[in-house]
Every structure is written in structure tokens, then in C-alpha cells.
Ligand binder design. Structure first.
Ligand code: FAD
Length: 361
């Protein structure tokens, strides 16, 4: 897609907000006593209230130099640089079979590249979907000619004339490559907050109102960890790396900051996490949260045909619903995930969705 089609806000809209933009100079430290943020250019910005929203920083492999055709994918510049490598016949190796890696693999394959995906875990997408459903989604890739190899370890790369020529594996073999994408996840971008006194534990630790423990300091998005009351039976606190979560938390953090400034009550943020991912012609939608001990049952369709829905149950409570090109099974299940729903109740719900009652008359 061209860049102008993916713009989130038109520049005129941003101007109308009369925001004082300070671009190109990162925040390097936060002083919660003096209530200032220091920037890389040496200046300091005072604040009465602050929302921390620095997102995530892409992880890289220590044994893989990020030069000569080796890419990551986070920013628009990253996407442009990777896109410039892709043409019919390009041998692209993707390290990491998470959502970013598999989406990039699908897009590259559709542009005519020969794609190999290397994953250390026994199945793709384990963190998001669990092993069983991760494997089912990977089958979509196999059907479209992407070579997904799991349980392999990447030890480094080989270069020729300053360009990557192969990725080397722990078993002594290698995979020829013209370009490499390292898609092995992000770490929360909290480095600049070290020494601020805020609690950092794989993210900025916040309360249910998204407050980071100091009055007037809030956080939103990939950066933060908070107790999501709707999912306290799955995890005591969680960090979510998805778009809907970031957008909703941004709004709640701003509302709560203003409410705090006026001495008004705050609104806790509690939600059913949701994400989607488009890979080839499959639309993957996931509501809720996976758990290693969850029992996964296919409730509609057939994974071998690449179109199905599945439910995740933990201790006889529905905790997640996955749909692969089955939108009618996913979104109507959101309400069930926000209240205790047993396995039996969930099965009955999916039966109703599959066989809706005939309209009266
Ligand atoms: C390639 C890609 C595909 C994705 N696809 C999907 C998808 O299909 N569905 C979905 O739900 N989610 C998807 N996501 C995830 C989604 O984009 C993120 O969850 C979301 O952008 C998080 O928003 P955020 O505001 O927390 O962080 P970000 O969007 O990362 O924004 C953080 C901003 O802070 C800036 N920043 C960082 N450090 C500093 C600093 N020290 N000082 C000043 N500024 C700083 C960064 O430059 C950045 O502009 C995708 C992400 C990527 C990278």
C-alpha cells in the first residue's frame, strides 16, 4: 500500500489540535519530583501531567549484524527499506514466526519472493495462539508456498561483498538469502525511564486506571502492564502489543489524567483484548487471551481447509475465541468473554451462531 493510504490522521487535523510538537529529539529521562522530561538535545520540558506512550523497541539477534540486507520492521522507514528488497525471485529469510514475521512472509510471497521462515519454538505464533492453533495458521503459509521451519536455532549470517548471502543454523546447515527480516518481537521502550522511580517489570507497571504510581503520570499502549480486571482469572496483570488496546488506552489515560487534575473520579481500563492479522486470504481474529494450560476446541469449520473458529477454555471458563476467516463466530462472542462463561455455555453459544433460529413469521 502507498504511504498516503496508511496515514492515521491528515496533517491538517493534527494542526487543528494546536499541539506543540517536539520532533526528532527523544525523551532521555523523566524526573517525577521536578516534573520535567529531558530531551536528547539537552532541553527539558516541564509538565503538570504526563502520558508515557513510547511503545516497543524491536529486538535483534546479537549474532546477526543489522547491515547489508538484514532488516527489522517497526517504522515506516523500516517498511520502505524492506519493500525495496522485494521483487520476484528474491530469497527472503524471515527469522521469527510471530505475527509480524508471518504477515511480512505472506506479503513478500505475494510479491513473488521465495520465503523461508525460521522459528526457534516448536510451532509458530505460540505466544499469541498456543501451539495447536499456531500450527493451524502456519498451514495457510505452507499452502501458499512459504517454507516455515520450526524448532531451528539461528546462529548467524554469512555475507558476500558486504551483503547477506545465507543464514546459518545450529545444526550446521544454512539457508541461502538475498535479504533477511528479523521479527523476534519487541521489548517495552522503558530505557529512558530507568532511574525515574517508576516500577519497571517488562513494561511500566500501572494500576487499573493506567496511572504509573505517581499522581499525574499515566501510560498507554505497548509500553505498559496493568491489571485488566476482566482477565484477572487468566493473568494478574498483562501487557498487550496490539492496536485496539493502544488506541483505547490512549483515550482512557488522557481522560483519567484530566479527571485527576480536576479531582474527579477515574475510570479503570478493563477490556477483552482483540487483534486481527491478514495473511494471504486468511483474516485471523482473536478475542481474549491465550494461556499455556487452555484447552482448545474447534467449534466451527475445519483447520485443514484454512477456515475455522476455536474456543480456549481455562478451568471451565471461556478465555479466548479465535477465528480464521470466520468473522461471524468471533465478534458476537465478545460479551461472553467479559463475564464468566462455562465450556457448556460457550458450546451452546457457538451452536446458535452456526444455526441461527429462523426469523419469526
Ligand atoms: C509491522 C507491524 C504490524 C502490526 N500489525 C498489527 C495488526 O495487524 N493488528 C494489531 O492489533 N496490531 C498490530 N501491530 C501492533 C501495533 O502497531 C502496536 O500495538 C501499536 O502501534 C502500539 O502503539 P503505541 O502507541 O503503544 O506504540 P508505537 O506505535 O510504537 O508508538 C511509540 C512512539 O514513541 C516513539 N518513541 C519511542 N521512544 C521514544 C523516546 N524515548 N522519546 C520520544 N519518542 C519515543 C516512537 O518513535 C513511536 O513513534 C503491528 C505493529 C507493527 C510494527
Amino acid at each position: 500500500m502507498d504511504a498516503d493510504r496508511i496515514m492515521l490522521r491528515r496533517p491538517e487535523m493534527l494542526e487543528e489540535l494546536h499541539i506543540d510538537w517536539r520532533l526528532g529529539s527523544a525523551a532521555v529521562s523523566l524526573d517525577t519530583a521536578a516534573r520535567t522530561v529531558s530531551l536528547a538535545d539537552g532541553s527539558a520540558v516541564p509538565w503538570d501531567g504526563i502520558i508515557l506512550a513510547t511503545g516497543g523497541t524491536v529486538r535483534t539477534l546479537p549474532t546477526v549484524p543489522m547491515t547489508g540486507g538484514v532488516h527489522v520492521l517497526r517504522s515506516r522507514d523500516d517498511a520502505d527499506a524492506l519493500r525495496a528488497e522485494l521483487r520476484p525471485g528474491t530469497r527472503l529469510v524471515v527469522v521469527g514466526a510471530g505475527f509480524i514475521g508471518l504477515e511480512a512472509a505472506a506479503t513478500a510471497a505475494q510479491l513473488g519472493a521465495h520465503v523461508t521462515v525460521l522459528e526457534g519454538a516448536p510451532a509458530p505464533l505460540i505466544r499469541g495462539l498456543g501451539a495447536q492453533m499456531g500450527a493451524a495458521v502456519a498451514a495457510v503459509h505452507a499452502r501458499n508456498g512459504v517454507d516455515v521451519r520450526c524448532g531451528v536455532s539461528v546462529t548467524g549470517i554469512e555475507q558476500r561483498d558486504g551483503r547477506v548471502s545465507a543464514v546459518t543454523l545450529g545444526d550446521g546447515t544454512s539457508v541461502a538469502a538475498d535479504a533477511v527480516l528479523v521479527g523476534i518481537g519487541v521489548t517495552p521502550a522503558t530505557k529512558w525511564l530507568e532511574g525515574s522511580g517508576l516500577t519497571l517489570r517488562d513494561g511500566v507497571v500501572c494500576d487499573a486506571n493506567l496511572c504509573a504510581g505517581v499522581p499525574g503520570v499515566y501510560a498507554a499502549g505497548d509500553l505498559l502492564r496493568w491489571p485488566n480486571a476482566m482477565f484477572s482469572h487468566v493473568e494478574p496483570d498483562m501487557r498487550v502489543e496490539h492496536w485496539t488496546n493502544a488506541a483505547e488506552q490512549g483515550a482512557i489515560a488522557a481522560q483519567n489524567l484530566l479527571a485527576w487534575s480536576r479531582g474527579e473520579p477515574q475510570t479503570p481500563y478493563s477490556a477483552v483484548p482483540f487483534f486481527w492479522s491478514d495473511q494471504f486470504d486468511a483474516r485471523i481474529q482473536f478475542l481474549g487471551r491465550s494461556h499455556p494450560d487452555a484447552v482448545v476446541t474447534v467449534v466451527a469449520g475445519d483447520p485443514s481447509e484454512g477456515r475455522f473458529a476455536a474456543m480456549y477454555v481455562l478451568h471451565d471458563r471461556l478465555i479466548a475465541v479465535l477465528g480464521v476467516t470466520m468473522p461471524k463466530m468471533v465478534m458476537p462472542s465478545r460479551a461472553l468473554l467479559s463475564v464468566p462463561t462455562t465450556r457448556e455455555q460457550a458450546l451452546a453459544h457457538f451452536e446458535r451462531l452456526k444455526n441461527p433460529p429462523a426469523p419469526a413469521g
